[in-house]
Design a protein around this ligand. Structure first.
Ligand code: SF4
Ligand SMILES: [Zn+2]
Length: 334
């Protein structure tokens, strides 16, 4: 929640532990979300699915407050091999994280093997990269889609594919790692178009990435996507679509392709019929670590044929509205 209460500015947005992969090994990871002034693009225009400005502070957060947040993060650090630093924006934007704080963060977590953070491409420069430890740094770039039309019309990303290519190429040239985020099912695409768009993007990004994370849209509050969702003009992707993207995407590349879908199994996140969701999500989670396509075979449910029919129907009707929901409402099926 957006808050300009001075006390909140000392507090991290969130912190938790999970697992990830470093150099092919499953490791413990500390995830820290700093509260900052937030993403500059979200203040200007913003991506259509992004509610991250809710976590930002409009009046800014100073060095002292960020250092207090860092203290809180440090107190939870137990020598995890990986630390993931998020800001709901760009770690390399000095308006969010001033250079002095960036240096302190890198110093405090200098014992970990890998430190990951996110940045929009415009902050990836020779100068910003020179402040990072090349042997540890992994930078996550939210490419979302390798199609400029999708970036412009369906996401309003505020950069194009060549900006990503430049940033990813520069990161790689410094011997650092790139994690690419792809957005599964931006608004205005049918389920089938969304699947194809992400698969094309996996192929494109694999040449510049060390791993690719597929992020199905999770409908966030006060966003354009939420307005579409409320009136039945948008449905988050089916989990079957995500499974298909992981299955086919993995076959197209040697890099790790995985997903940790937030809000999965709920109406606002990627979901199926409700009966099979937990089993499918568990398989996706296992696949994230094993990369074994067998995890994604033999998944089945009655709703799979309904999903296939929806994919065909939306494409035949050339509409991205939530046909399933409208039919269910009209026929009283759900
Ligand atoms: S670039 Fe990222 S944080 Fe900024 S508005 Fe877009 S999705 Fe949100
Ligand atoms: Zn089902």
């Amino acid at each position: 929640m957006r808050s300009d209460n001075p006390k909140d500015k000392d507090r991290l947005e969130a912190i938790w532990k999970e697992e990830d992969i470093v150099d092919g090994q499953r490791v413990r990871a500390l995830v820290v979300i700093f509260r900052t002034i937030g993403c500059w693009w979200s203040r200007k225009k913003g991506c259509l699915m992004c509610g991250y400005n809710q976590a930002a502070s409009e009046s800014g957060i100073g060095v002292e407050q960020l250092l207090k947040q860092l203290e809180a993060a440090k107190s939870k650090f137990q020598g995890e091999e990986m630390v993931k630093i998020y800001t709901s924006g760009s770690f390399l934007d000095e308006r969010e994280i001033p250079l002095a704080v960036r240096e302190r963060i890198l110093l405090e977590f200098s014992t970990c093997k890998r430190i990951l953070f996110e940045s929009r491409p415009e902050f990836v420069t020779e100068e910003s990269l020179s402040t990072l430890p090349a042997d540890k740094a992994e930078i996550a770039l939210g490419l979302e889609s390798a199609n400029d039309l999708v970036l412009r019309k369906c996401i309003n990303k505020g950069f194009d594919v060549t900006d990503y290519e430049r940033a990813a190429g520069l990161i790689k040239s410094k011997g650092m790692r790139v994690r690419t985020y792809l957005l599964l099912k931006p608004p205005y695409l049918t389920e089938g178009q969304a699947m194809k768009d992400t698969l094309t993007s996996v192929e494109f990004a694999s040449g510049l990435s060390d791993c690719i994370s597929i992020n199905p849209v999770n409908v966030q509050r006060d966003t354009m996507v939420e307005s579409l969702f409320r009136r039945g003009d948008y449905r988050p992707p089916w989990l079957w679509t995500l499974v298909e993207v992981l299955r086919q995407g993995r076959s197209k590349t040697d890099v790790r392709v995985f997903s940790s879908p937030s809000g999965a199994g709920t109406p606002r996140g990627a979901h199926n019929c409700g009966r099979c969701d937990a089993g499918v999500i568990a398989a996706i989670e296992r696949f994230a670590f094993s990369q074994d396509l067998k995890e994604l075979e033999d998944l089945d449910c009655e709703c799979k044929s309904r999903w296939r029919a929806q994919v065909e129907l939306q494409d035949a009707m050339r509409t991205s509205v939530d046909v399933d929901r409208h039919l269910a409402d009209d026929l009283g099926l759900d």
